[in-house]
Structures are given as C-alpha cells and as structure tokens.
Design a protein around this ligand. Structure first.
Ligand SMILES: Cc1cc2nc3c(=O)[nH]c(=O)nc-3n(C[C@H](O)[C@H](O)[C@H](O)COP(=O)(O)OP(=O)(O)OC[C@H]3O[C@@H](n4cnc5c(N)ncnc54)[C@H](O)[C@@H]3O)c2cc1C
Length: 466
C-alpha cells in the first residue's frame, strides 16, 4: 500500500472521525479498486477512501473536510459510466450514493416521483409502472445505472427519439455544492421559468458542479400498447433514406435503431431471424400509444414507407415474445461483436440525421486506414451512433485511440458532437475544444470555478488539462 500525502492522510483521519467504520471503505486496496473502475476501459483509479453517504448533510461534511485539506472529492454511483467520470484520477474521497436508494414518493396526482440518487433506474421504472405511469429515459444499462448517474450524464436511450433524454424529465434537484450550501433547485410544477435554469445546468454536469442528493422527475401515463418491427436493407444509405421517409411522414416512432453490416453480421450469430444474404444494414422500428389499432396502424404505415428501400420482408413482431426476440438481436450486439474481435472501443458520436451515411462511411474508412474493422449501430432516429473500433491485442490501443480521435473529429466536422449520451469525462476531454471552441470552454471553466472555487470536485474531468 502506498503512503498517502500528508494532506490526504489528515483528511482521512477526519473522515474516520466523522463517519462510522461500516460507512467507510478504506485500507483494503481490492475494495478501493472496485470504486476506481467503470465501463470506460480507461484503467483503474482508486480513491483513498469511499464514504457511503446517507444524506445531504453527509455530503456537506465530506466537502468541509476536503476543502480544509484541498483533497479531491469524486461522486460515484453504479460505475456503469463509459467516459471515466467516476474515476478518482487524483485519489481523494469517493462519495458513493449506494445507500441512498429509496424511492421517496410516486405521485399519480402530480405525475412526479421523488427519489434518492442511488435508486437503480429499472427499480424506478417498475415502481411507477405499478401505478400505471411511465418514466421514459431508457439507457441500455437500466438494470445497473442509477438516477444520480443518469442526471449527471443526462442519459438517453432508444426511446429518446420520441420522449427525449433525462433532462426533459428532471423538474427539481437537491444538490450539495463544494462550498457547502445545500441547494433546492427547480419546482414540483410542470412549468416554471423563475431565474436561471440551474436544474438544467446541473443535469449533464458530470459530477463536476455539485453532488445530487435528491431528484424530482416528471412522469407520463404509461402507453398501453407497443408494436415492434425489424427490417433489413442492402446498405446504410438505404436504411438512412428509410429513416428520413418515416420521420417526415408524421409518424414518430418511439425507437428507430440502426445496425450496419458488421453489426448485423455479429447480431446474426444469435438472432432468431435470418437476414437476407444481401443485407448491409437493419432497422428496429417501434411505435407506442394507448389505442392498440392505431399503434399497429402506425407501425404498418412506417413499414410501408420503408418497403421500397428494404431488402426482404418487414418482420412485424407478433406478441411480447417476438418483441423480446427483436430487442435481443440489438441487446446482444455488444457481446456478439467480441466474437469477431475480442476487444473493442465504443464511441457515441451524434450527427444530424441527414449525415448518418457519411458518418458510418467515415468511421469505416478511418478504421481501414488504421487497420481496424469498425462496427456502427445506434439510435438512428436521433443521429446518435455507436462506432465500435474492433481489435485483438491491448498493444494496439495507441492506434485505436488515434482512430477514435479521427472518428470524434469527423462527427464534429459533419455538424455533430463528440458525445450524444455518454459524456466527456476523462475519455474525451481533449476533444472538447475541437467541438466547442476555446472561448466557450473558457466560459465553462469560469462557471465551474463559481461552484467549486477550490477545484476539489471531480478534478481532471470534462476540461482538457492546461
Ligand atoms: C451496457 C451499457 C449500456 C449503456 N447504455 C447507455 C445508453 O443507452 N444511454 C446512455 O446514456 N448511457 C448508457 N450507458 C452509460 C451509463 O450507464 C450511463 O452514463 C449512466 O447514466 C451512468 O450511471 P451510473 O449510476 O453508473 O453512474 P457512474 O458511472 O457511477 O457515474 C457517472 C457520472 O455521474 C457522476 N455522478 C454519479 N452520481 C452522482 C450524483 N449523485 N451527483 C453528481 N454526480 C454524480 C459521477 O461522478 C460520474 O461523473 C451504458 C453503459 C453500459 C455499461
């Protein structure tokens, strides 16, 4: 075990006095390592101690100690993040919300729910559905990730096309800022425009402005019927034409998921569906609503619109079991890609919808230049694409990183963004200026300094190192 720096040692001593031993993880490198990894593949950065907080007051106590000794504080939730946001880059105190996992209220009258930040998303969805209600944001990690992590990353998912991302559902937050104030932001009413939209600023701030200790979300009535179809195309261009045709027809599906040829080849390994031999792309379409006939009619209308571009038949799922089969085709993609090459680095760029074919082609060409296969799939309805660089050996990583850098720049050059949902974190901080420009980044740094004048909260994230 390495010896902590004097400031860290003094902070640790204070933390141990402030919290009972069962609410601390310290001294055991293996346990601390678990708090130092996430799904970003960026390495292990353990904190010096993890505090399992139970209240906003606890978080305030941590900030007071950290401020006195100038040690970093890093919010940590389920660690499913893909941009390294929860990694304790410079050690310090991890604030884990795992004990703050209560659903405090579901109000069918006001159509809101209040939750602690450590609530797992799937648990909230199941609970509101018991009341006939619906919380739409659906990152594919929903069985793992927490509401606090979702708020910090402004998480999205397949249903974002129709329903939007986390930000659209956050009405209010309780947040503890590094200077120690416990702020109640937002409102319980659906509308509210008083003052600056600080709730909106905190959503997507990636744990760099404050630590969220309570979230109030807006709910919708649960759509009673869902219909799903799977359709293959000869090329990504044909699939993209189909997406435009659907979205300009007045039908707004809740999901429009795209797989390119490599993704499709991987998916076909376990999919119950046989794709036509010439298939070079596929789309999953899904419509929802309360009137069963109308939901089905919308799906059929969408299917008719794409038939001209399709290769083979449109498969319309008959019943829940077939719907699940269609989604399994998409859900196992990440695992199946590893049967082509054991390692992969997945990006989450987003581009204007009309530029999807160019983005997929650019990612492939960049892969070829660097000697890699690139598989692209994602939320075609909103232009958010996961470009996966596939590789075989860890030693290839520097070349993979170079390819990824070019993919990120290509997305920006096409009018898009380096990240549609996973956040900048540590993974993409060197590309933020390429997208936003130096002046915007400088302003964002000044905003960060207002919330966190000592720079103790999640240092090294979002902004390029100076
Ligand atoms: C298989 C898989 C599929 C995924 N699919 C999607 C997807 O479809 N869409 C999508 O958007 N993402 C997806 N993700 C990424 C990830 O699940 C999300 O970013 C998620 O929101 C992270 O939540 P978490 O609880 O795991 O947070 P963590 O990974 O623990 O933390 C993420 C960030 O939030 C901060 N944070 C955590 N809690 C708080 C808090 N209380 N206050 C302030 N900051 C906090 C952390 O410091 C960190 O910066 C996927 C990940 C995996 C592994």
């Amino acid at each position: 075990m390495t010896t902590a720096a004097p400031a860290t040692a003094a902070a640790l001593a204070e933390v141990r006095r402030a919290f009972p031993p069962e609410r601390l993880v310290s001294g055991d490198p293996e346990k601390l390592e678990a708090y130092g990894r996430d799904e970003s593949d960026l390495g292990v950065f353990p904190p010096d101690v993890a505090v399992l907080v139970e209240s906003a007051e606890d978080v305030r106590t941590v900030f007071a100690i950290a401020s006195r000794h100038r040690v970093p504080v890093v919010p940590v939730a389920a660690r499913s993040g893909k941009s390294g946001g929860s990694l304790a880059l410079r050690g310090g105190i991890a604030v884990s919300t795992e004990r703050m996992n209560r659903i405090l209220e579901v109000s069918p009258g006001d159509l809101v729910a209040r939750v602690e930040p450590g609530v797992i998303l799937a648990a909230l969805q199941a609970e509101v559905e018991r009341h006939g209600l619906f919380y739409p944001p659906d990152p594919n990690s929903l069985e793992l990730c927490t509401l606090g992590g979702n708020v910090a990353e402004n998480a999205g998912g397949p249903r974002a096309l129709k329903y939007g991302v986390t930000r659209e559902y956050v009405l209010g937050l309780t947040v503890v800022v590094p200077t120690g104030e416990i702020l109640r932001l937002g409102h319980r009413s659906i509308k509210g425009v008083a003052g600056y939209d600080l709730t909106g600023l905190l959503v997507g701030s990636e744990g760099t402005l404050g630590i969220v200790t309570e979230v109030m979300v807006k709910l919708l009535p649960r759509p009673r019927h869902v219909a799903t179809a799977l359709v293959a195309f000869a090329s990504v261009d044909a699939a993209a034409r189909a997406v435009t045709r659907i979205l300009t027809s007045g039908v707004i599906p809740r999901c429009l998921e795209l797989m390119d040829d490599v993704a499709l080849a991987a998916a076909a390994k376990t999919s119950p569906y046989r794709f036509p031999a010439d298939a070079g792309a596929a789309l999953i379409l899904e419509t929802d609503g309360n009137d069963e006939e109308q939901v089905f009619a919308e799906l059929v209308r969408a299917a008719e619109l794409v038939r001209e571009d399709a290769s083979g038949d449109v498969v319309v799922a008959q019943g829940e079991a077939q719907r699940r089969d269609v989604w399994e085709t998409r859900r196992y993609l990440s695992v199946n890609l590893k049967t082509l090459h054991p390692l992969k680095l997945s990006e989450d760029v987003a581009v204007p919808r009309s530029r999807i074919p160019e983005m997929v082609a650019a990612a492939k060409a960049i892969g070829v230049r660097h000697g890699f296969t690139v598989a692209t799939y994602g939320h075609a309805g909103d232009g958010n694409l996961h470009c996966n660089v596939l590789f075989d050996h860890p030693e290839e990583r520097p070349r993979v990183d170079a390819a990824v850098g070019e993919i990120l720049r290509a997305a920006v050059d096409l009018g898009g963004t380096i990240t549609g949902e996973h956040g900048v974190g540590l993974a993409k901080r060197d590309f933020l200026e390429y997208e936003q420009g130096a002046e915007v980044v400088a302003l964002e740094r000044r905003i960060k300094a207002v919330f966190d004048p000592l720079g103790i909260l999640n240092p090294g994230k979002i902004f390029p190192e100076r």
